[in-house]
Design a protein around this ligand. Structure first.
Ligand code: 6GU
Length: 253
């Protein structure tokens, strides 16, 4: 996979992309990231990328010309052309389903905005998609692009080195993950649940599954509701959970 990132602050990416899993995946040639400063595509003397809003008001708006020129030039650097994704607070809310969808693409172009916003013609005629990472405001799309790349790299075969941990992760199966413990078995008087020390693997699996359901029910009833409707929760699991929570879950379905 190739990811081109268009930004006014390429230096914001150097730390995150030069460390840990992303760095290793790049070194192994599992995927390629190219950073581009779209100020390089301005043609005026002062290299302006933004201007006052028509109709007045506070804040500056990203001009269309440098972004169109940059996207067109970067698309021509490789085949096939990439899906153009703007990172803005108005986009589709990122979730694991969207990550899976994008991970299947051979190439992506991420466009990071700054200032008050993009000229609407960029949104209408240049972007294929628009993504947000949550309902809060950042000063620019760069941290969101880093989040998206982190999530995508985890889905590239070979990038993690330990592939089975992928399928048990929170959100991969629509549920939160079960609690984890490691040595020591007792720490400051707090013990690890006995079942995990029992060596009874079928019972451990059952305990983990149930902890995962319970945790999802308590913390993220929205996710549990979806899992119940998907058929991702067996009747037996559901009965157990209803007893544990002393509620009827049919109102979540
Ligand atoms: Cl992608 N950009 C900005 N500026 N703010 C955000 C965001 C993106 N996602 C959530 N807030």
């Amino acid at each position: 996979m190739r990811i081109d990132i268009l930004t006014l602050f390429p230096e914001m990416f150097r730390g995150p992309f030069d460390a840990s899993i992303v760095a290793r995946a790049r070194e192994q040639g599992l995927f390629q990231i190219e950073l581009h400063n779209f100020r390089d595509w301005t043609t005026d003397k002062h290299h302006h990328v933004d201007d006052d809003p028509y109709g007045g008001g506070a804040g500056m708006v990203m001009k269309p010309e440098p972004l169109f020129a940059a996207v067109e030039a970067v698309q021509d650097q490789a085949e096939p052309p990439g899906r153009v994704i703007m990172l803005t607070p108005q986009g589709r809310l990122l979730n694991q389903g969207i990550v899976e969808e994008l991970a299947g693409q051979p190439r992506l172009l991420l466009v990071c905005g700054r200032y008050e916003g993009f000229d609407e013609r960029i949104r209408e005629h240049l972007a294929d998609d628009e993504i947000s990472i949550g309902d809060y405001v950042l000063s620019g799309g760069e941290p969101a692009a880093i989040v998206l790349v982190e999530a995508l790299v985890r889905r590239i075969p070979g990038a993690l080195g330990n592939e089975e941990s992928l399928d048990e992760e929170s959100h991969t199966q629509g549920l939160l993950e079960y609690p984890h413990y490691t040595r020591p078995a007792e720490f400051r008087g707090w013990s690890v649940p006995d079942i995990l020390l029992s060596g009874d693997h079928p019972e451990i699996e059952k305990w983990r599954r149930r902890q995962s359901l319970l945790r999802t029910a308590r913390r993220r009833p929205d996710l549990l509701s979806r899992a119940l409707q998907n058929g991702a929760v067996s009747d037996e699991d559901r009965r157990w959970l209803e007893e544990e929570l002393e509620t009827n879950l049919s109102d979540l379905m």
